[in-house]
Structure formats: C-alpha cells, structure tokens
Design a protein around this ligand. Structure first.
Ligand SMILES: Nc1ncnc2c1ncn2[C@@H]1O[C@H](COP(=O)(O)OP(=O)(O)O)[C@@H](O)[C@H]1O
Ligand SMILES: [Mg+2]
Length: 232
C-alpha cells in the first residue's frame, strides 16, 4: 500500500534522512522504531508532504505521491496523527471531531457516534473544551480526529509518548483494533514494548538510516540489535 524508496530529506541544509526505504502492505501495522532524534517524525513528515524529500520516491497504492500537498494526501486516504497532539483548545471535543469529518477513502465510515464507541472516554466529555483535556484524552482526540477523515492508511507518530501506563494500555488496545476496522498503520515509536506488542513487522531507524527490518518475532529475539540502536 505504501512504498518509500531511498528518500533523502533535509531541514534547510541539514541532511536528516539518508536513503530511507520501507513498505507497508494493506492490513498491516508496521512500526518505525528509533531513539529520540533518529528521524521517525521526519520520515512521517516526508510521507505526508510536510517536509518533501529531495530524492527518492514514495508511492501510495501504486501511484507516486512525492510532491503532493498534505491536503491532497488526506483526500487520497492518508490520515496523519502528528506527535504534538494539537487540538482546537477553544472548541469542544464534539466540535473538534465534527470539523474534521470528511468522506474519505476508507472502507469504514467513521462518525462522531462510532468514534465515541471506539474511544468511550471521549463520549463522556463531548461538550468539554479540548483545552481542558488530560494528555491521554488529547491523544485519543487527535487519533479520533484523524479517523473522522475516514483514512485507509494512518501515520501514527509516537501516540503513547509521555502518557501514564494505564492510558498507554487503553491506546494499545484501541490501536490494535484499528486493524480489524480495515486500517493500515505505520507507527513511529521509541517505546519498544508498545511497538513490539502492536506490530506485524518493524524497521529500526538510527541517525536517518534504516539499520534493520524484520518480522516482530525476529525483532523480539534480536535483543542485541535493539540494544545497539534503541537504548539511550
Ligand atoms: N524543524 C527542524 N529543523 C532542523 N532540524 C530538525 C527539525 N526537526 C527535527 N530536526 C532534526 O532532525 C533529526 C531527526 O528528528 P526527528 O525526525 O524529529 O526524530 P524522531 O522523531 O525520531 O525523534 C534530529 O537530529 C532533529 O534535531
Ligand atoms: Mg518524533
């Protein structure tokens, strides 16, 4: 479904990604594991057209998407949950969801009601201003907003970062259910436990280079590789 081939991405003159390649097939959850600063978010931003790569190709469902604008990619079925959990603080939870609603390309049509069924914690706070939410609630809301665009493919950038263990568990459970809802996911994570628990396959990125890729079972076994690239 997504094929990234040899992309090189820069911020100004700083060369950040060095020939990153990865692919995600329909129905998979694939993780991009790496320490802080490894290049996970830059990879996500490159795919989403926010920091377009200077070299390399990106294809979505067989068609090149390099150079497309973020809104065009959203229309083609790519949902993006950035790492900053930005919500409209002055709007209620319900309004945050409603303004995100799009027809989309996905097989499941998400509505406010089905999103509340999925994240029941949000259903209870429909009329609360988003600026008053806890970190976990904000994260659920950012994912929920992406779902309201009815994507086929979801880029999830460190959804569990900095959250309490109990909330992390809730998110893990719901993210794993996204697959059953027909979504394909690329998940950026520093948290090995979360990534290994959720994904079918994984890539390890370090200093802007993919160092390793394997099935989750293999990654679980290869402790020395995880130590080398993931321990701080
Ligand atoms: N806007 C930016 N301008 C310049 N450098 C950046 C910018 N954002 C990130 N970087 C640098 O790019 C590298 C990769 O960052 P990032 O992709 O955010 O890593 P990760 O998401 O894996 O923590 C880091 O060295 C970081 O300092
Ligand atoms: Mg990041």
């Amino acid at each position: 479904m997504l094929e990234v081939e040899g992309i090189h991405t820069y911020y100004g003159l700083s060369h950040i990604l060095f020939g990153v390649s990865l692919d995600v097939s329909g129905g998979e959850i694939v993780c991009l594991l790496g320490r802080n600063g490894a290049g996970k978010s830059t990879t996500m931003r490159s795919i989403m057209g926010l920091t377009p790569p200077k070299r390399g190709t990106i294809r979505f469902k067989g068609k090149t998407i390099k150079g497309k604008k973020p809104y065009q990619l959203a229309r083609q079925g790519i949902g993006y949950v950035p790492d900053n959990r930005r919500v409209f603080a002055d709007l209620t939870v319900g309004d945050n969801l409603e303004i995100s609603a799009r027809k989309g390309a996905g097989t499941v049509t998400w509505t406010k009601e089905s999103v509340y069924e999925f994240f029941s914690a949000l259903g209870h706070i429909d009329s609360r201003k988003a600026g008053f939410l806890s970190g976990g609630e904000q994260q659920m809301l950012t994912i929920a907003r992406a779902l309201m665009t009815n994507p086929e493919f979801l880029l999830l950038d460190e959804p569990t970062e900095g959250l309490a263990p109990l909330i992390v568990e809730v998110l893990e459970k719901q993210i794993s259910k996204l697959r059953e809802k027909g979504l394909t996911v690329l998940l950026a994570e520093q948290n090995q436990k979360v990534a290994l628990g959720l994904s079918d396959r994984g890539y390890i990125i370090d200093n802007g280079v993919i160092r390793y890729h394997a099935s989750i079972d293999e990654l679980r076994e290869k402790e020395e590789i995880r130590k080398k690239y993931l321990l701080v």
